[in-house]
Design a protein around this ligand. Structure first.
Ligand code: KG4
Ligand code: ZN
Length: 360
């Protein structure tokens, strides 16, 4: 049996600076330095602040990951780094750092697509077999991908405007609930009546797997304003009902579009059918429950990797790097940062641009 590769992964495409050491399917260390507080006053990620913080913390993250895993640069087979898509300043910080380390240590350099990192996570955690269907749902991404291999993806559809996490965050702001919005909406929704407000299910009337979430947020704003006008405020009960109705609408859209994506995927007759999720919104208990029920119904295995590996991290980058390295794919010092880098070059460009900048 061949020895598994030991790979350093570096991630800095949005608001998390991360480094990890992965050997085969073992995550030896995964260290994430989040920037939430730095951006808290601005209502979103400020690219310049993010880039500076990445540049300041990236070497500390790498040191920490090496220390936690009890490895040195000499133990590595290669250095994998997110080369896009994402905020250009952050991606550049990671790529420059990885190039420096590669030049100094003589270890091969591998540029990894951040979305490929998310998409390959179920291979890291569950060694699932190609092809599988992946739903990426976070604050910055929303798309269905058939994953055929580490470099081969078919995008079946995605959001044409906001990502669902973004919609959760904006909705929480409208309801004066704390950030991040997903968990607080979920919490408020437990007390609410999901049937009270008739919010739209955008794009369900159109064929295909594309989604839209920005109209939903506008509809919620109107419903909220009607209550505020009538009651001169937003009583707790109404807030919970709005949260529950919103969450139900997002779940219904994701579930119906997942059903359509699964039909397309199952037409390929995959050997071991799997729907895997990644991204912060995959933490939502109702989203999980509805997707799990859908999979049970369609005789498909449902995989939701642990949350720390679903959200932005560097273990996924190291793992994706190891699959590429196994295929003999690596880069040289001409590796450049790519703010846009769609996984499926043949799919039409996505229109939206979320808090992380260009989505793909
Ligand atoms: O994957 P992630 O950590 O990365 C970014 O997109 O930055 O996702 C964060 C997003 C946030 O928008 C957050 O509100 C959402 O995931 N989120 C949730 C839940 N937990 C986090 N959305 C719905 N329900 C949750 N329980
Ligand atoms: Zn991500």
């Amino acid at each position: 049996m061949t020895k598994p590769f030991t790979i350093l992964g570096i991630e800095s495409s949005c608001d998390d600076t991360a480094a990890a050491i992965v050997r085969g399917n073992d995550v030896l260390a995964s260290f994430v330095y989040g920037q939430t507080e730095l951006h808290a006053d601005f209502g979103g990620v400020v690219p310049e602040i993010a880039a500076r913080a990445h540049a300041e913390k990236i070497d500390l993250c790498i040191e920490e990951a090496l220390h936690q895993s009890n490895t040195t640069l000499a133990d590595l087979d290669a250095i994998a780094v997110t080369a896009g898509p994402g905020l250009i300043g952050g991606v550049l910080s990671g790529v420059m750092c990885a190039k420096g380390l590669s030049a100094a240590s003589g270890k091969p350099l591998i540029g990894v697509n951040h979305l490929a990192g998310h998409a390959l996570t179920p291979r890291l955690t569950d060694q699932c077999v190609y092809p599988y269907l992946m739903l990426l749902v976070s604050g910055g991404h929303c798309q269905f991908l058939i994953v055929h291999g580490p470099e081969k993806f078919t995008r079946l559809g995605g959001t044409i405007d906001d990502a669902p996490g973004e919609a959760f965050d904006k909705t929480a702001r409208l309801l004066a609930l704390p950030q991040p919005g997903g968990p607080s909406i979920q919490q408020a929704a437990t007390q609410g009546d999901a049937k009270r407000f008739k919010l739209p299910r955008p794009l369900l009337d159109r064929p295909g797997c594309d989604m839209s979430f920005s109209g939903l947020k506008t509809a919620l704003l109107r419903a909220r304003d009607a209550i505020v006008a009538e009651k001169s405020g937003l009583p707790e009960r109404d807030r919970s009902d709005l949260a529950a109705s919103f969450q139900q609408a997002v779940c219904d859209v994701l579930t119906e579009k997942s059903r359509r994506a699964l039909m397309e995927y199952l037409a390929l007759s995959p050997a071991e059918p799997v729907l895997a999720v990644a991204g912060g919104v995959a933490a939502n208990t109702q989203v999980r429950a509805q997707l799990q029920a859908l999979c049970a119904d369609m005789d498909v295995r449902f995989l939701a990797p642990p949350l720390a590996l679903c959200t932005d991290n560097a273990a996924m980058i190291a793992y994706a790097g190891s699959e590429l390295f196994g295929l003999g794919r690596f880069d040289d010092m001409s590796l450049s940062a790519r703010p846009r880098w769609p996984l499926d070059q043949s799919a039409p460009a996505l229109l939206g641009s979320g808090k992380k900048g260009a989505k793909a």
